[in-house]
Ligand binder design. Structure first.
Ligand code: DQA
Length: 146
């Protein structure tokens, strides 16, 4: 049976292609989703790719993933820097988690330098744009194969 992974995206990631292209590139959310689905299929992973602008919904998505998924890739977007609730939900997941950011959060405003989730995830990728998602899927496949 294929391993199942979920990619969770936080607020404003749905506006990729339209928002701050200098930070996030010109890829649209739809294209990003399609690329992630294609890569997952190639690696025999079942994937769910979701996005929410609502903090509580992201918490619910993380909680509900506990039973249905083997690994998680999360771009919590602005909630990365603010949400103890998302951090606490991630702590309960107990399976591999990769934190992801399109932009290099350490090269940007100081308030983005602090991630509240980095120390409850297994690893992270930042600053590599949409390629970061593909690299995270490859890494997750290798982690789950072990
Ligand atoms: C982001 C970085 C966050 O600081 C920002 O709030 C986002 C996107 C990224 O992917 O680079 O919305 O997570």
């Amino acid at each position: 049976m294929n391993n199942k992974i979920i990619i969770i995206n936080g607020p404003n990631i749905n506006l990729l292609g339209e928002r701050e292209q200098s930070q996030y590139g010109d890829i649209t959310f739809k294209e990003l989703k399609e690329n992630c689905i294609d890569k997952s299929k190639e690696l025999n992973l079942d994937i769910e790719f979701v996005q929410s602008n609502v903090e509580g919904e992201v918490v619910n998505l993380i909680q509900n993933s506990r039973k249905n998924f083997d690994g998680m890739i999360i771009n919590a977007a602005a909630f990365t820097h603010t949400s103890i609730a998302i951090r606490d939900a991630l702590s309960v997941f107990k399976k591999p988690i990769i934190e992801l950011h399109l932009s290099n959060i350490y090269k940007r405003e100081e308030f983005r330098h602090k991630s509240l989730i980095s120390d409850v995830v297994d690893g992270g990728i930042f600053g590599l744009g949409a390629n970061g998602y593909i690299l995270a899927i490859i890494a997750m496949q290798k982690i789950l194969k072990k």
